[in-house]
Design a protein around this ligand. Sequence first.
Ligand code: NAP
Ligand code: F7E
Length: 340
Amino acid sequence: MARRALITGITGQDGSYLAEHLLSQGYEVWGLARGQANPRVSRMRKLLADVRIVRGDLLDQGSLISAVERVQPDEVYNLGAISFVPMSWEQAELTAEVTGMGVLRMLEAIRVCSGISRGSSPTGQIRFYQASSSEMFGQVSETPQNERTSFHPRSPYGVAKAYGHFLTQNYRESYGMFAVSGILFNHESPRRGAEFVTRKVSLGVARIKLGLASELRLGNLEARRDWGFAGDYVRAMHLMLQAPTPEDYVIGTGHMKSVRELVEAAFSAAGLDWERYVVTDPALHRPAEVDLLCADPKKARTQLGWEPTVSFDELVAMMVESDIRLLSDGGDPDQDSSWP
Ligand code: NAP
Ligand code: F7E
């Protein structure tokens, strides 16, 4: 019988790549989707017709229990979150509820449906993946960051992710559950939401190239990130749940670039000089910035055999080309993004 996976956040960037990867591995894939008429669900269904949908919301404990009872998954991937860092200052409580407390609700749904209590030794258990984030490192205490680096989150989002991370570890230690966190650094693709800087830049370049815009407004150009390709990172999520023991892993490329370098690479991929078009806007700076993030993915490489396959320059070129194609074909990035 096919193994069954339940993915929260199925309509997001990672949900789509993970669903594709698991379908290619022969899984029966279920996606948890919220809302009465969520337009992102129909978009996802058109492109990933084999994914089955179960209704539920990370804010609603009962719906998660019903979803786990109905799907009877072997593996649960908790990708659902408020994931845009600036929004977490504007809606800090909602971020805590979805990105933080949502992890508790999902773990409780699994615990209750599996009949796990203190002292019981779970058998045939559901394996759980939590989408932790490099944002937990925040103001970094060392570079590069590994699984033992301390956390100093700099946003309500980072704080909520740290709660979910420690809770996942706690359920593993308290109940013997196979519950792991992937501490993923920034990963991008043509399916990235238009609010994140890489996609904002690739769409901006495409608009300027096609004569649809004359400038691109950005915030802090000095921030440095470790950017990789989302398609590579979902393979790591799956590998973590196939490991013999439940452990947490840092996933990233080990290379860091500034937003300025991202902008240079993206404009040059379209044959443009960025300095003619980019305008910096202090209103786009954050109340507290994460200045730099750079992964040490040695553990994932040695224990999981995981390696990224797409370089920074290849990723930027892929996104710029995809957005030029999308806009040339009359696509609306808010509606259809660059799917598939
Ligand atoms: P994304 O594109 O923003 O997707 C977020 C998903 O969460 C969407 O499918 C959204 O569904 C869902 N969601 C929001 N509120 C929900 C709720 N109340 N109940 C259930 N689902 C809800 O994010 P992503 O880039 O794919 O990232 C996936 C996960 O990895 C997130 O947890 C993110 O925080 C984490 N992460 C991402 C990165 C990265 O660089 N991409 C790095 C580290 C960690 P709707 O369609 O209903 O809005
Ligand atoms: O910002 C700077 C901004 O919004 C990256 C999420 O997936 O990765 C992501 O979080 C950097 C920041 O991603 C603009 O100040 C400059 O320093 O693309 P971003 P993020 O905040 O790093 C982590 C790992 C996650 O877990 C999150 O879910 O770029 N920046 N100018 C800008 N950023 C944006 N969005 N827009 C600008 O105009």
